[in-house]
Design a protein around this ligand. Structure first.
Ligand code: ATP
Length: 806
């Protein structure tokens, strides 16, 4: 450590000399002092100085006089002080420390050991103080250094944060400046356009002012001109007056000339008379002729003079006449001129008036333009105000944006957390939904199994939509529908209520009830499992029962060509073909045979026979049941099918052969029971297993009251046959439901054919089709009652027909 003993003044300044440059510690200490205050740094320095100065002064005192200087003795007050008189810290330099270290102890005498040892003790004390001071100084310096490092770190951190903040602020400011610039640019553009508008208006105003000026000048000119013309007119008038006066005088002169002329002519006559008198007297007075001749010559001369004078007068008269003429012409001209000028004046006056009007208009326009310009100026000032307020709003908005952005940042982090929660919840929800779906499937399967175990015939009820000819409510209104669907939990989707005209309500419950809104797909979803089991080797029978026109054919067949309206038969076959192909991957190969028959008037007809009418072929088809519960119909056409297209053409062929006719209740009424059968035999050689399933899809003929069907003849016979077979079906169902010993299957072809389905080991499903038509209420009630009985029938547990070969 370098220490310098300086005067208080120089110690305070610490000049930047070489020594100082070489003393980084001192520099650091100075910084430390600036940061922590003088108290921290000054104390150890003072102590060092104290140690040094005390020893130094002792040395000086001893060295110089050899006597103890009272002012430098250890016990002296000044010596005890921690700083010098000025209180300024003294910095000890290397030389001073050297001097302190090189200090020699001198006694009063050579043998003044006591004195020397006292000095030594004092010296040691001072050295110790010096060392302690140095140690303390070092410790404080270390502390200071640590503080500084810590502070430097803090400062750096603060600096980085401040820098970051500044950068953000700068970015935000740049953005807001950009936005402001854009806004200002837009506003300046607006301002420019306003200014250009203003300029245009000002230019227009100027040009209008110029036009006005020109118009005013023109008015002035015209006014001057008109004044001149007026003056000219007045002059002309005066001239006319003068000319009239001249004319008058000339006329007077002319009259006097004429008087003179007549007087001269009178005189000439008198002269001629006197001449004759003279000539007469000539003779008399011949002698006096020479005298008279001379007198005569004089007279002749007088006459000549008179004649000349007369001629002159005549010439003068002519001149005057000419002048008169000329004056007259001039007068006329003047008059014309005056007329012309008056008309011109009138014209000018009119023009003037017009100009006045025009200029008046221009002035109005100018006034308007002025007002417009004032308005625009006002608007401009307003817009400037608006701009100002917009700017302040912008600032406010920026401030708000700032706040919002801060809030947004918070919200974003919040939002991210919430998103994560939402994602988690969505995932859980989809899992739950999946579980619900699986549960629903399982529930369906279990339900089917329970039903299978119970061995009941399952019944689905389907109510078709209203058709144009249907009536919706008993009283013809639409407030109380005939069919209602209970919404209680146990009956929802299973119950149906039929309201009779008297208001009597009949409630039924089935395995499923489909309302008019249910489409073909909704129906099929519910039976697809059942169809599937035909491939597993079960006998499956689905038949549709209901009054005519209630939708049996629509349910069973629908419109095979329309993807949405395809019924149970097309959909089932498609599913079977598809599933059989899929099972092919597991080693299964299937053979399928389709057959279609109808029972018409208690006669079986092969709908796929090359010639469909049995009457023409004369074939008698008989139904046979083997001990295994398999049914066959003799001579029935069996067609191998492998795909839906083949079945589709078979269905078309069959539909052409089917007994269909128009009744009062249905345009296309099926007059027979139609049975489509698909025999399925599957073989899996890899597991040596064989399955034989049967799928019977039956569209029964519609039950109908003879009174309502309004048929006769053959149609009546058909209806009776249909009703008889359906009654037999009812009897069979009743017997099964009552668990009677004898079941009358043989009472009709239909019941006999359906025997394995009704009383055997097949999976049987009946659709009871209902019409919502109020006119069909009683038929619907019958159908529903019948269906309820069917639902109660226990037909035994379905059995899978499988064989394990070998
Ligand atoms: N669910 C339904 N949706 C739309 N229309 C239907 C529905 N059910 C039946 N229909 C229509 O009602 C009319 C009668 O239906 P359908 O021919 O199927 O009755 P049916 O019970 O077979 O009559 P029948 O016993 O006389 O043959 C048809 O025009 C059919 O298109």
């Amino acid at each position: 450590m370098v220490m310098q003993a300086k005067t208080p003044a120089s110690a305070k300044k610490i000049p930047f000399n070489k020594e100082n440059r070489d003393a980084p510690h001192d520099k650091k200490r100075k910084i430390g002092r600036d940061i922590f205050g003088v108290q921290v740094m000054s104390e150890p320095r003072v102590r060092v100085r104290q140690a040094f100065s005390s020893v130094n002064s002792r040395q000086q005192g001893t060295g110089q006089s050899g006597e103890k200087d009272p002012s430098t003795t250890p016990g002296n007050n000044q010596d005890k002080k921690m700083c010098d008189d000025a209180g300024t810290p003294v910095i000890m330099n290397k030389d001073e420390i050297e001097a302190l270290l090189n200090l020699k102890m001198k006694g009063k005498t050579k043998f003044d050991f006591k004195g020397k040892s006292e000095q030594m003790m004092e010296y040691i004390k001072r050295l110790r103080m010096c060392i302690r001071g140095l140690q303390e100084s070092e410790a404080s310096l270390i502390l200071e250094k640590e503080h500084l490092i810590k502070q430097m770190h803090d400062e750096r951190r603060d600096h980085t944060q401040t820098e970051e903040l500044l950068r953000q602020k700068q970015n935000e400011l740049e953005n807001s400046i950009l936005e402001l610039k854009t806004t200002i640019g837009a506003l300046e553009e607006k301002l420019k356009s306003l200014e250009s508008q203003k300029q245009t208006l000002l230019a227009e105003r100027e040009s209008d002012a110029i036009t006005l000026k020109k118009a005013t000048a023109e008015i002035h000119r015209l006014t001057d001109e008109s004044n001149t013309h007026l003056r000219e007119f007045e002059n002309a008038n005066q001239q006319v007056l003068v000319l009239q006066d001249i004319n008058k005088r000339l006329q007077e002169y002319n009259t006097s000339l004429q008087t003179y002329n007549s007087k001269l002519q009178n005189d000439s006559a008198a002269v001629a008379e006197s001449l004759s008198k003279v000539q007469k007297e000539k003779a008399v007075v011949m002698e006096t002729l020479s005298n008279v001749r001379a007198h005569s010559v004089v007279l002749q001369e007088q006459l000549n003079q008179a004649k000349a004078s007369l001629q002159e007068c005549a010439n003068e008269k002519k001149i005057i006449m000419d002048a008169d003429e000329r004056l007259k012409a001039e007068l006329q001209n003047a008059l014309n001129n005056i007329k012309e000028k008056s008309s011109r004046i009138e014209l000018l006056s009119a023009e003037n008036a017009m100009f006045k009007e025009t200029t008046g208009k221009s002035a109005t326009e100018l006034e308007l333009l002025n007002r417009k310009s004032h308005n625009l100026e006002g608007k401009y000032a307003l817009q400037l105000e608006e701009l100002k307020s917009l700017r302040s709003q912008l600032e406010l908005a920026n401030h708000k944006i700032q706040i919002t952005e801060n809030a947004l940042l918070h919200h974003r982090s919040d939002g991210m957390e919430k998103n994560m929660t939402i994602e988690e919840l969505t995932r859980r929800l989809s899992e739950s939904e999946e579980r619900v779906r699986e549960g629903e499937l399982l529930r369906k399967k279990l339900h089917n199994t329970i039903l299978e175990l119970k061995g009941n015939i399952r019944v689905f009820c389907r109510v078709r939509p209203m058709l144009p000819d249907d009536e919706s409510s008993p009283c013809g209104g639409d407030d109380v529908p005939v069919i209602q669907y209970p919404t209680s939990t146990e009956l929802l989707g299973h119950g149906i209520e039929l309201i009779q005209a008297q208001g009597q309500k009949h409630t039924f419950s089935f395995d499923k009830v489909f309302g008019p809104e249910a489409g073909q797909e909704d129906i099929f979803v519910e039976i697809s499992q059942l169809i599937q089991s035909a491939l597993d080797g079960y006998k499956v029978c689905i038949f549709a029962y209901g009054q005519t026109g209630s939708g049996k054919t629509y349910t069973m067949l629908g419109n095979p060509d329309d993807i949405d309206q395809r019924g149970v038969i097309p959909r089932s076959l498609e599913q079977i073909f598809k599933a059989s192909q899929e099972l092919g991957a597991q080693g299964w190969s299937f053979q399928m045979q389709a057959s279609m028959l109808e029972i018409y008037n208690e006669t079986i007809r092969d709908l796929l026979a090359p010639t469909s009418k049995c009457e023409t072929t004369g074939k008698q088809y008989t139904v046979k049941h083997d001990p295994n519960g398999n049914t066959s119909v003799s001579d029935l056409t069996l067609v191998e099918v492998t795909k839906w297209k083949e079945v589709s053409s078979l269905l078309q062929r069959a539909s052409q052969s089917r007994s269909v006719s128009k009744t009062a209740m249905n345009e296309q009424s099926s007059r027979s029971h139609c049975v489509f059968t698909l025999r399925i035999s599957g073989l899996n050689e890899s597991i040596d297993q064989q399955v034989n399933g049967v799928l019977n899809l039956i569209d029964l003929a519609g039950s109908e009251r003879l009174s309502r069907s309004c048929v006769s003849g053959d149609r009546l016979k058909e209806t009776q046959a249909i009703n008889k077979s359906l009654a037999s079906l009812g009897d069979v169902i009743l017997a099964i439901a009552n668990k009677e010993q004898h079941i009358p299957y043989r009472n009709s072809k239909l019941t006999y054919l359906l025997q394995p389905c009704l009383g055997g080991d097949s999976k049987t499903l009946m659709f009871v089709n209902i019409s919502p038509d109020v006119k069909s209420t009683s038929e619907s009630l019958c159908s529903l009652r019948f269906a309820a009985k069917v639902n109660a029938c226990e037909i035994g547990v379905p059995r899978r027909n499988t064989l394990t070969r070998g």
